[in-house]
Design a binder for this molecule. Sequence first.
Ligand code: FNR
Length: 363
Amino acid sequence: MSAADPRTAPRQALTLDDYAALAREGMDPGVWDFLQGGAGEERTLSENLLAFDRRRLRTRVLTGVAEADTAVTVLGRRWAAPVGVAPMAYHTLVHPGGETATVQAAGVAGLPVVVSTFAGQPFDKLAAAANSPLWLQVYCFRDRSVTRRLVERAAEAGFEALVLTVDTPRLGRRLRDLRNGFRLPEGIVPANLPPGDYSSPSGHSRTELDPALDWSVVSWLKSVSPLPVLLKGVTTGEDAARALDAGADGLVVSNHGGRQLDGAHATVDVLAEVAVAAAGRCPVLLDGGVRRGTDVLTALALGADAVLLGRPVLHGLAVAGQSGVADVFDILVGELADALLLTGTPSAAAAGPALLSPAGAGP
Ligand code: FNR
């Protein structure tokens, strides 16, 4: 028996960062920069990661718990773990399996997927492959009939919720893409939007997306769809309260993975403020910089009901299609199960502020 050829044998990926390194090796540098980059000098992008790095968890012992339960319930649906896939444009850019492969991996893992307005594959195809909840991320177009048709298509396909992105009156200045003159390769197009020129993501969004949305967009969206509406990109207590008044059914604390305002706070640093304002009246999710099970647990301790995972999903997809995404979920959910057990927390649903500071001492 000969040893595996070290040039072709896949290296073992034990962490989500291992997947990032493997993905980078095989990827066109311009595509890597589009995926990985943030706005400006990428201070917020780095801060999303650093803010998790700074957190430490309190550990309780002798709790008699042999196996922690990672499952949670969000908007009435059971998720196998408090982790969903954040909306990201064009999964087809990194693997021909595209969103279908991601959705299939999520179905096996029992985790939901938020499908982007700019998904590279049609909603009905994704719905046919799905075995877990699908939500639609909505960008609001200047031409409201485009948004309306998009939302109707998703509802017809069986999507269960809408996630309106509210942090993008215009695209952030993504210097890597500007320096690279990044354009989407031929054949990478949004499968659920009318035909058009989408080759420059920043150019297209400047001309087509509505830059002047106000709170009335929430009631408009609810008037054209029966689905619950979550707002993605809320980062202050004031806006959380306002969103609930406007009729939002959930909040996603997000700075778009550091791709919008460079200089915005890390999401984990503003999570508690939003969760306090929401006061249990709606689910609060967080995305940005989640890379380990302890990050998920930290977010839960600060008041999140669940997190959404962005770039690492595309890293797994780029490395090995559906099985790469499945492995990314396995790693993260396995780490979360370990973190629950090792902090003496019986279940994800039981995670609370005492994980970060002594009970009664505040977060
Ligand atoms: C995104 N994000 C995003 N958000 C959104 O509302 N609609 C979209 O179409 C996209 N597209 C997109 C593409 C790519 C390549 C990336 C990396 C991100 C933002 C995304 O939903 C999420 O907020 C961040 O990616 C979360 O941060 P992490 O997990 O990537 O650090």
